[in-house]
Design a protein around this ligand. Structure first.
Ligand code: SF4
Ligand code: SF4
Length: 186
């Protein structure tokens, strides 16, 4: 199990904060057939729980399939050593809303740390097996959602392992932007 410095009560507070907001003020699942919940075809979409997030979930939860993997076998930071919990909801797009994992709550935004370790939020830029209209059409997101998501990540990155994950992804993002700029000669 990955060591977590975030207490269960803090995880609960983060979930509650994000329970109160949505990316847009309507059900964006209507735009895309709930693409981020329902995967068709070969892509296997599991959601990994962040270190310590498992304090809010149980293997006995009937709506989730669990699997445990070794962090070392995936592209996680060097500091991640031990078991990472992957979960998969059994009846997407339906789930107990108050139990959704963090990744479902903050999508389509993702945290970014610049060279000075200043946190910002960017659209998810990982390769996805589906199109998200909120990202593709740059649909403005609710301020309350953006603020709550920022607050949540600001707290989460106090955990060294979560910080390492966000930093690793941010450095990869900065490197690919720099590479693109060089290619374009800008
Ligand atoms: S977040 Fe994007 S992919 Fe997910 S339901 Fe909303 S519009 Fe669709
Ligand atoms: S847990 Fe809920 S929100 Fe997340 S992918 Fe499953 S059905 Fe969608």
């Amino acid at each position: 199990m990955l060591k977590s410095t975030i207490r269960k009560s803090e995880w609960q507070a983060i979930y509650r904060l994000l329970d109160r907001v949505s990316p847009v003020d309507y059900d964006c699942g209507g735009l895309c057939g709930c693409a981020c919940c329902i995967t068709e075809g070969e892509a296997e979409m599991g959601i990994y729980l962040l270190p310590g997030e498992d304090k809010l979930h149980s293997r006995r939860d009937e709506w989730l399939d669990w699997s445990d993997e070794r962090a070392e076998d995936y592209e996680f930071p060097e500091s991640w050593r031990g078991v990472v919990h992957f979960v998969k909801c059994k009846t997407p797009p339906h789930c107990p809303r108050e139990k959704r994992p963090l990744q479902c709550r903050t999508f389509p935004l993702t945290p970014h740390l610049n060279e000075d370790d200043e946190l910002s939020l960017v659209y998810n830029d990982l390769e996805l097996p589906y199109d998200c209209p909120l990202i593709d059409e740059e649909i403005p997101l609710e301020d309350r959602f953006v603020q709550a998501t920022y607050t949540a990540w600001k707290h989460l990155i106090r955990d060294p392992l979560i910080y390492d994950l966000v930093k690793m992804d941010s450095e990869a993002r900065e490197a690919s932007v720099a590479e693109l700029a060089e290619l374009l000669g800008v």
